[in-house]
Write a protein that binds this ligand. Structure first.
Ligand code: MN
Length: 347
């Protein structure tokens, strides 16, 4: 049976309404290393479900990263402590992801909950279940959450959106669409933005400054360091950049948020794909992929157990040094690029 996202959304809301009647507890699980979309969608749902009468907890693996500290409503997220027992939920919803392995240390807490659902816009490998509201045509998870809260308002004839939700949903959609510039930008998410701006007073300039422009000297320096590592292979069609723990330490820079730099590097002329290799504290290598042309980032990332979208994906590599990881990925990427450009020519 073909997955119908809207029907899944209705089923999710029905469960939430039933739980509201008995003050049930709903756990919202944004993916690990959450971004504005994941946390914005989770906190917005949490607020709306609370207005309905549910108890809610937004459970995360980590504290709010510095880049998102200015967003409102994030003060009551709960950082999971793996030494403590999982909170008991009546219903657990994965947000901006749908696979337990994307939930890091909280995977167990999610799986322990008998009733589980998801809200996501990432490509899925298997047919979604009845309670997985997955729409790969949506710009962001926040776009899907807007639709759910909209439905709640329609059916209950009372307000569920609030000023905090407005800012969070805008933040999630703005960042996932690269400020409404990526090809995933939908007419719907623009209409949603118009609605939120009409109904709430939102300082867009301030929001954009907080999400995009706010920086520090250390960040500017590490950015310079990373850009100066750019090398090209496959006649300049593939760009590689990297950052080691030593480089981060020298600038006292955190390793969050660096994937934005991969998008910046992709702006370079005549390139097909960019790989940014980030050495993490545990020694594994996180790779951000940004592509143009026939290069399907998600399909390529899957070779290494990663995933994401056609033009933006990520993966993790362990057991290889950063040099070895770069060499392996560059070789695979060149082969992939040759195959896909061949396909492009003939088909
Ligand atoms: Mn997202």
């Amino acid at each position: 049976m073909k997955h119908k996202p809207r029907e899944a959304s209705n089923r999710l809301l029905e469960i939430v309404l039933d739980l509201a009647a008995v003050k049930g507890h709903i756990g919202l699980f944004p993916h690990e290393r959450f971004d504005a979309d994941a946390i914005g969608a989770a906190v917005s749902l949490s607020r709306a479900f609370r207005s309905l009468g549910c108890r809610t907890t937004v459970l995360t693996d980590e504290q709010v990263p510095p880049s998102l500290l200015e967003l409102p409503g994030l003060e009551d997220i709960v950082v999971h402590d793996s030494d403590r027992e999982c909170p008991v939920f009546d219903f657990a919803i994965a947000v901006d992801c749908h696979e337990p392995h994307r939930l890091g240390r909280r995977g167990d807490c999610f799986l322990k909950t008998p009733l589980r659902g998801a809200i996501d816009h990432h490509v899925q490998q298997v047919e979604p279940s009845d309670l997985e509201y997955i729409d790969t045509g949506a710009s962001s998870s926040c776009e899907l959450v807007f639709e759910m809260i909209w439905d709640l308002e329609l059916h209950h004839a009372c307000p569920f959106f609030d000023h905090t939700i407005a800012i969070l949903l805008l933040a999630g959609t703005i960042t996932d669409t690269g400020r409404y510039s990526y090809s995933n930008t939908t007419p719907l998410c623009l209409r949603q933005a118009a609605f939120l701006l009409e109904r709430f007073e939102v300082d867009l300039a301030e929001l954009h400054y907080n999400l995009y422009e706010r920086t520090t000297i250390n960040r500017l320096q590490i950015k310079g360091d990373i850009f100066s590592t750019i090398t090209s292979v496959a006649e300049g069609r593939i760009l590689l950049a990297h950052v080691t723990q030593a480089m981060l330490m020298r600038r006292q820079a955190p390793d969050d948020d660096l994937s934005n730099l991969a998008s910046e590097i992709r702006a370079s002329e005549d390139i097909d794909v960019v790989f940014l290799f980030i050495e993490t504290q545990d020694g594994s290598i996180r790779v951000s992929i940004r592509s143009n042309s026939c290069f399907d980032s998600a399909e390529f990332a899957a070779i290494f157990g990663g995933g994401g979208h056609v033009k933006a994906a990520g993966m993790a590599i362990s057991d290889l040094s950063i040099e070895q990881a770069m060499e392996t990925v560059a070789r695979e990427a060149e082969a992939y690029l040759n195959r896909c450009s061949g396909r492009g020519k003939t088909g």
